[in-house]
Ligand binder design. Structure first.
Ligand SMILES: Nc1ncnc2c1ncn2[C@@H]1O[C@H](COP(=O)(O)OP(=O)(O)OP(=O)(O)O)[C@@H](O)[C@H]1O
Ligand SMILES: [Mg+2]
Length: 472
């Protein structure tokens, strides 16, 4: 068996301003720890022996047909513009077109220094690599647009963070790695030609029906409002929604400090560096609008008269909150078993969420329990649920099969933080059992799997993860 990746590269054919071409840096002793056969199959990749795959997915061996490069981008980090970021620890190997006709990037993350590394070492350690592997695959199984994980390799090298940690490389797959920041860097430089080229490229690759820069803006807005609503519906907190982590394709990207909420509270933040709570759970829709406004600002720079584009761009951006709210309401209706729309639905949802916040309710388990008639147990004061339940039951009267709707909208399993941490601790000690179990269970998050009910349990007080770290 020889690994075969049918590369078909387009980004590498763009002009040189968009990237730096260089191979990944070799590592000492690569060992393949995970390979996603299902994803490989869709991508038309023929797997090879583990040893060969370890060589390729660590970056030690550049596979035939790859055209490795680091992409240039910039971005607003916590609201402050950083003029040059770029892949400081990632290498795009190239693209494939899958058996489903979809074009996907294949990128190594943690593959060594590049011209964009600034002070960084270009590396990743095993913890964040496995976190991104499990959580991104869980998001996919939840039905939420996301980058995916094709492989994970331990490098056999030590990465220095707070102390010495095992190094690793993630092979990430994405519809593309175009970010809002990819546009911002050329707008900031006043490079209209590159901006136009990039706009054409993004339209051709993601939104062929879009008409010009404003059509692209509209398409990104629509995709992102759906995405944010989907995040909200599963209690996902991205944690670092900087414009360089905001994709043009509408996929979730960069699983650095992300986390799923256990106890519901709208102000929940996990990321240790998000001291201003900018990226709190309930702020995500607003931040998405802010990010879209940065894309709008960048895109209009390519117009002959940027001022003339301001009005249309503003209108497009201003329509985003209503679109996100509509998508949000559709999702939360489904979480209550409702498929039709009636006045009062919004109040029904917000009233439940308010009671959950006051009663320490576990977000995932409360919604899942609705279909099982056990939700009142999730409230410190069950009477708070009873008062709401009457209105809800009355609303369900016209719904043909609310239970099936709820079971398809409310996952039984999410990647809970304390389990992710436990998995990482295990893997660092050489035990991948929990990694494999989480991967298997989270592949079917809407299915009852009573033999894995321990993975549904919220953390005990001593297990609660207080903070997640970008220190990746
Ligand atoms: N260890 C590192 N060495 C060099 N550059 C790094 C390192 N970690 C992060 N960076 C760079 O810092 C910037 C912002 O980091 P961020 O945490 O958003 O990215 P990331 O997690 O590496 O990548 P991505 O957004 O591709 O998932 C990026 O330009 C990234 O490449
Ligand atoms: Mg990033």
């Amino acid at each position: 068996m020889t690994l075969m990746i049918p590369f078909d590269n387009t980004y590498a054919a763009l002009p040189g301003q968009f990237y730096s071409k260089l191979p990944p840096q070799a590592v000492k002793a690569p060992r393949l720890v995970a390979f996603n056969e299902d994803l490989a199959r869709i991508m038309g990749i023929a797997p090879g022996e583990a040893v060969e795959m370890a060589e390729v997915f660590s970056g030690n061996q550049v596979p035939e047909g790859a055209d490795p490069l680091a992409q240039l981008y910039s971005g607003h980090q916590f609201g402050t513009y950083n003029p040059q970021l770029g892949d400081g620890r990632a290498i795009l190997l190239g693209e494939t077109v899958g058996t489903d006709g979809k074009r996907r990037d294949i990128q190594l993350k943690g593959s060594g220094r590049t011209p964009y590394s600034r002070g960084g070492d270009g590396r990743a350690w095993l913890g964040p690599v496995l976190r991104e592997y499990v959580v991104s695959e869980a998001m996919h199984a939840l039905g939420i647009p996301t980058t995916r994980a094709l492989a994970a390799v331990e490098t056999g090298e030590t990465v220095w963070r707070e102390g010495g940690l095992p190094g690793a490389v993630l092979t990430r797959v994405a519809a593309s790695h175009l970010r809002v920041g990819t546009f911002q860097v050329f707008a900031a430089r006043g490079d209209k030609v590159s901006l136009q080229r990039l706009t054409e490229y993004a339209i051709a690759r993601h939104y062929p029906e879009a008409d010009g820069p404003m059509g692209l803006l509209r398409a990104v807005r629509d995709a992102q409002s759906q995405l944010i609503a989907a995040w909200m519906s599963v209690g996902f907190i991205h944690g670092v929604m900087n414009t360089d982590n905001f994709s043009i394709s509408g996929e979730t990207i960069d699983y650095g400090p992300c986390a799923f909420m256990d106890v519901y509270h709208p102000h929940t933040v996990f990321s240790s560096i998000d001291r201003g709570r900018r990226y709190a759970y309930a702020n995500q829709p607003t931040i998405a609008v802010w990010n879209l406004a940065q894309l709008a600002t960048a895109l209009i720079q390519q117009l002959d008269d940027p001022e003339a584009g301001v009005e249309e761009a503003t209108e497009i951006v201003h329509a985003m909150p209503a679109l996100t709210e509509a998508a949000w309401l559709t999702r939360f209706r489904a979480k209550l078993g409702i498929t039709s729309a009636q006045d009062g639905d919004l109040e029904l949802v917000t009233s439940l969420l308010g009671r959950m916040a006051e009663n320490q309710s576990d977000f995932t388990n409360t919604f899942r329990a609705l279909a099982e008639g056990k939700a009142r147990d999730q409230f410190t004061d069950p009477a708070a649920f009873d008062a709401w339940e009457n209105d809800w039951q009355a609303r369900l009267a016209d719904e043909p099969d609310p239970e099936a709707v709820m079971r398809a909208a409310n996952p039984a399993f999410i990647p809970r933080n304390h389990r992710i941490e436990e998995m990482i601790a295990g893997a660092v000690a050489g035990d991948y059992a929990l990694f494999h179990r989480l991967s298997a269970v989270l592949a079917a998050p809407y299915r009852d799997q009573p033999e894995h009910s321990d993975l549904q349990r919220p953390p005990l007080p001593e297990e609660v993860v207080q903070a997640t770290f970008c220190g990746t």
